[in-house]
Design a protein around this ligand. Structure first.
Ligand code: 4AD
Ligand code: MG
Length: 479
């Protein structure tokens, strides 16, 4: 008999029919006459209840039906008399596929801390919270491709191994096959990367943008969606060393077109999740509300997760310049009362506390900040006429801070060269990037959305390590 997924079973179309289900036991309770097994197969957050009698599952068998065990059951799908579920399976046979010793299985039906779950990353997808997050993560990935495909963007596969530092921040992981205990040296006694695999120094990419621009200058509108790597030693709830980034790059878009696309994109992703992941979202909404109760009043959300997502999907993002944002911060209570940890003045790189003040306290809605000082942004951003600021754009959202970073790109060869010299970006490495400005240059723009931050935003998860199956952070790459 063919197995049916629990998600499908719970729709009820098989009522009265003989069905087969397989999955992992969440709980089991029994008395002399009957046993109730809550079974989950990952297809949905909801369990199916399997009802057995001693004739079907005797004591010998029941003792192995513990939390975590994998079983298969056949029986009739009937409307449930009990509370909490519409349907259940009246089993006529149950078999154990894989036992889970209750003395050793670490996931018991009780509340486990997220920290503990991180230490069992190989088992945590079997919890309600992590499985809900992973299903939403999947839905968001799918929605990203759908959004761009429907708009006629092409998915461009940009390289993971690269010879250039796109962000110029020097936070890269080296890729080498040289013998680290005995590396070849050149005449100056330095490691000779000419003898390395690629004949030059190579790293894991921090962004697919520069190659994305190559795509935009030929295909018009492209996007990349892949893993990116940053060796920044940031132990925060918003940073990973390996994270996924979505980077659209569009010819003929100016900064304002870029903002429009970013806003439409974020709203689309939220609406898609609300529509396609309703059960998981209801679960996470309740979870977020429960978590809030243990927080001090001033740190609680003003709206529940579902309400705040609907709000974001339905309302315009606030748009303002960096300079205007600095003025707001200078006038703000926390600044005047010296509550910010970092100083505020024109020219600073906004800290997460500043970004969150703007979105959570001042505007209470997502914000797009533009025209940042050139000194705190990457070399490729288009210089504004004031010669002080660049056509940058950051999208900031409540609870997260920066979700998207992007810009119009400098398309003038001389200005780009000038910026590269000012910022010590080596021209030799980026000769091909410069040629895009020599041959058929065009105004163009793009942005990068941090995929895990988006998953965090939609799921309300407090720590970025809990929205990726296998987080990579400083001192941690166990699984
Ligand atoms: O602002 P960033 O550094 O922008 C770029 O890399 C551009 N090349 C993008 C582009 O214009 N095509 O990074 C983009 C986004 C950030 O807004 C943030 O959401 C996310 O990537 N991000 C991280 N997410 C998790 N962990 C980290 N260490 C991250 N660093 C950036
Ligand atoms: Mg940024």
């Amino acid at each position: 008999m063919k197995r049916i997924k629990i998600k499908k079973l719970l729709e009820g179309n098989e009522k009265g029919k003989q069905v087969k289900v397989s999955g992992w036991v969440r709980t089991m309770r029994d008395n002399k006459n009957v046993a109730f097994i809550a079974l989950n197969d990952g297809s949905t957050i909801n369990n199916i209840q399997i009802v057995t009698t001693p004739e079907v599952a005797d004591e010998e068998l029941l003792k192995d039906i513990n939390t975590g065990a994998c079983i298969s059951a056949t029986g009739t799908l009937v409307e449930s008399q009990g509370k909490g579920q519409a349907f259940e399976v009246q089993a006529d046979s149950v078999s154990i596929l894989g036992k889970a010793d209750p003395q050793k299985y670490p996931l018991q039906p009780k509340k486990h801390s997220m920290e503990f779950l991180r230490s069992i990353a190989h088992l945590r997808p079997r919890t309600n919270t992590i499985s809900a997050v992973l299903r939403i993560r999947h839905a968001l990935s799918f929605a990203i491709h759908k959004f761009f495909n429907d708009k006629g963007f092409y998915y461009l596969h940009t390289p993971i191994i690269t010879g250039s530092d796109a962000e110029g921040a020097g936070e890269m992981f080296r890729v080498t096959t040289l013998d680290m205990n005995n590396p070849p040296k050149d005449e100056d006694g330095k490691i000779n990367y000419k003898e390395d695999f690629f004949g030059k120094e190579t790293n894991l990419t921090v962004s697919g943008q520069l190659e994305g621009e190559v795509g935009a200058m030929a295909l018009g509108e492209v996007y990349t969606f892949g893993p990116t790597f940053r060796a920044e030693n940031s132990n925060t709830t918003r940073h990973l060393a390996e994270f996924w980034m979505v980077e659209p790059e569009m010819a003929f878009y100016d900064l304002s077109d870029n903002m429009d696309l970013a806003e439409e994109f974020v709203k689309y992703l939220i609406s898609y999740t609300l529509e396609h992941c309703a059960d998981d979202m209801v679960f996470l909404d309740k979870r977020a509300t429960d978590a809030d109760k243990s927080k001090p009043q001033n740190e609680r959300r003003e709206m529940g997760l579902l309400d705040s997502m609907k709000f974001v999907a339905e309302n315009n993002f606030e748009r303002l310049t960096y300079t205007e944002a600095i003025d707001i911060l200078l006038q703000s209570k926390p600044h005047k009362k010296k509550k910010f940890k970092y100083p505020v003045e024109w020219g600073i790189d906004l800290q997460s506390e500043h970004e969150r003040y703007l979105v959570e306290k001042h505007f209470k809605t997502p914000v797009i900040l533009i025209d940042y000082p050139k000194d705190i942004k990457a070399f490729y951003m288009k210089l504004n006429d004031d010669n002080k600021t660049v056509g940058a754009m950051d999208v900031l959202v409540p609870g997260i801070g920066e979700l998207i970073g992007g810009s119009q790109r400098e398309d003038n060869l001389d200005k780009l060269l000038g910026r590269m010299q000012e910022m010590n970006v080596p021209e030799e490495e980026l000769w091909w990037y410069l040629e895009l400005r020599k041959f058929g240059s065009a105004p163009h723009s793009g942005f990068g959305l941090g995929f895990e931050r988006m998953v965090q935003f939609v799921t309300g998860m407090g720590n970025i390590r809990d929205v990726i199956p296998f987080p990579r952070t400083p001192q941690s790459a166990e699984f």
